[in-house]
Every structure is written in structure tokens, then in C-alpha cells.
Design a protein around this ligand. Sequence first.
Ligand code: 2P0
Length: 323
Amino acid sequence: MINRGKARAYGNIALIKYWGKRDEKYILPMNSSLSLTIECFYTETEVIFDDSLSEDYFYLNDVFQDKATTNKVSSFLDLFRQFADINMKAIVNSKNFVPTAAGLASSASGYAALAAAANIASGLNLGPKELSMYARQGSGSATRSIYGGFVEWQRGTSEKDSYAIPIDDAKWDIGMVIVIVNSKEKSISSREGMKRTVKTSPFYKVWAQCAEDDIKVIKSAIKDRDFEKLGFITERNGLMMHGTMLGAVPPLSYWEPDSILVMQIVRQLRNEGILCYFTMDAGPNVKILCRLSESYKIKERLRQVFAEDQIIVTGPGPGIVVL
Ligand code: 2P0
């Protein structure tokens, strides 16, 4: 017997960050977060359950993956196998579609696509709320990639109510310019980075409350389509997250000189009347939130310093697509 499922999921960039878990097993966040799904990169994954297989096989971008990587996928598939009461092994084919060698391949689109494909192949056919809870158990940020546009991942009170909800489709002149400062793999994963921060940074104590307050502000900005407020709170929240890392032992900093250069350019552009705001994640690349209609002006300025293939312009992306 063979059961297949195939789906595409898009990446997302957090505007109010998820940084820190209160439960490692179920991946429950300390605070709610809010992101923009983006269309410039996505993952397509096919899951084929086959009763003639004796183990799981995982191919990423047509390359057969080793035991350690495959085991992570197997554990994740086990969640679906248990719930659907099936014991077939699977072949998983996953492809990341990234504009350049950008170092943007993301666990968010990866686990969201895997969850959506496994959902179909297992015959469970869960709705988006349940699907986001499953995706969450692969990687926190994947919770949000189930939906398009602006998406909130609500922290919830237990593993049963920590899921994503769609906030707004973002179809109102919203875009992002992503500057690839360095495409190499980061030396400290987000998982390790957030763990160290929670454990050792005295600044972390105030983080969760600040983030919950920021969620309220950003949601009202989105509702009012107040782009200036949206950008201001995005930039501030990202800086605060990196502030918590500076207080960790040993300190953690993902910034590189060129990251700071991009921040300076953003501030200059703002002084000239172009509304744009930066945010950074667990790596040196900088994401600039802007009006999509003004993204070409921002790109033009960045081109004075960076190469064409270091700059990616994107609009908002959609939710899960079943293929
Ligand atoms: C975010 N990041 O909200 C934050 C901001 C990085 C900085 O979610 O451990 O790969 O798998 O839940 O989702 C990246 O962390 O971490 C992340 P796990 P994940 O987008």
C-alpha cells in the first residue's frame, strides 16, 4: 500500500520575535510572536508512506540525508503515524526554493511543508489550527508558516492551545528587502542561542513581557494599516531580542560589520522620507520591512554597496499550498 501527500510552504520573518521556550519537548514559546510570510522562498515536500519500506528515507534537494538528519524527520513523522495509527515507513522528498545561495533555507518552511504533506499522506486531513500545532513540534517558527500574510503564534497555556492564527493577508503595499550579508551556516543555532539566553541573560527577565506588549501594539498598527507604527515596533522588538543575547554568558551576537552598515543605510533612507525598518534573526542577514512600491528605491541605494545577488526583494507570501 502506498499513500502520498505533497505540499508547499513559504518562509516567514518574525516582526515580533520568538526567542525562548518554556517547554523544550512540545516547543512552547515564552511569548507570542508575529510574522510576515514571504513569497521569495519556499519548500516543497512529498511524503510517501509505503508498506514495503523497512525504514524512512529522506532526500533534501535530491541529496540522500544521513542517519542523524533522517532521524529528526522520522521522529516528526511519528507524530502523524501515532495519531493516524499507521506503521508504514516513508520516503520524504524535500526541495528548498531559494532565490540565490542565500543561506535562507529555513526550518519554518521546511517543517510546515513536511507537516502539510504528512497530514495528507497519513489521511488525517487536519485543519490549519491543528496543522500549525504539529508544525510547531518540528520547529517553533514553522507554526506560523501555515498561513499567509501577517500571522500570530499565540503562546497559549499548554501544548493544546499554542498555535498560529492569521491576522491580515498583508495585501496593502507591504514588502521586504533582504540583504544577504553572509550566506554561510551560522555557528550557533537558534535552538542553542535561545536556550543560552533564557538560562543566562539577566535581560531575558523583561523580554517576555515586552514582547507581549509589542504584540498588542503591532496588531493595532496592522488593523489601522499604520505602517510607521508597524515598522517602529518591528525594529525595536528585533533590537531588544538581540539585546537579550548580549547579556548571555558567554555573550551571543549574530551581527557582522555589514549588518550594521545596512542598519545605517536604513536610518539614512528614513531620514530622507522613505519609510523602512530593519530586523534581524539568528544570523547576520538583515531584513528590511518597507512599502513594496518603494522597494526598488531601497534596492538601488543598497546596490551602491552590495552585489545584485545579495539583495532579494519580496512581497507577502501565501499559506500552505497542497500540490
Ligand atoms: C523567530 N527565530 O521568531 C525567531 C527570531 C530566530 C530569531 O524562530 O528551536 O528554528 O526549532 O523552535 O524556529 C528560529 O528558531 O527554533 C526562530 P526551534 P526556530 O523567527
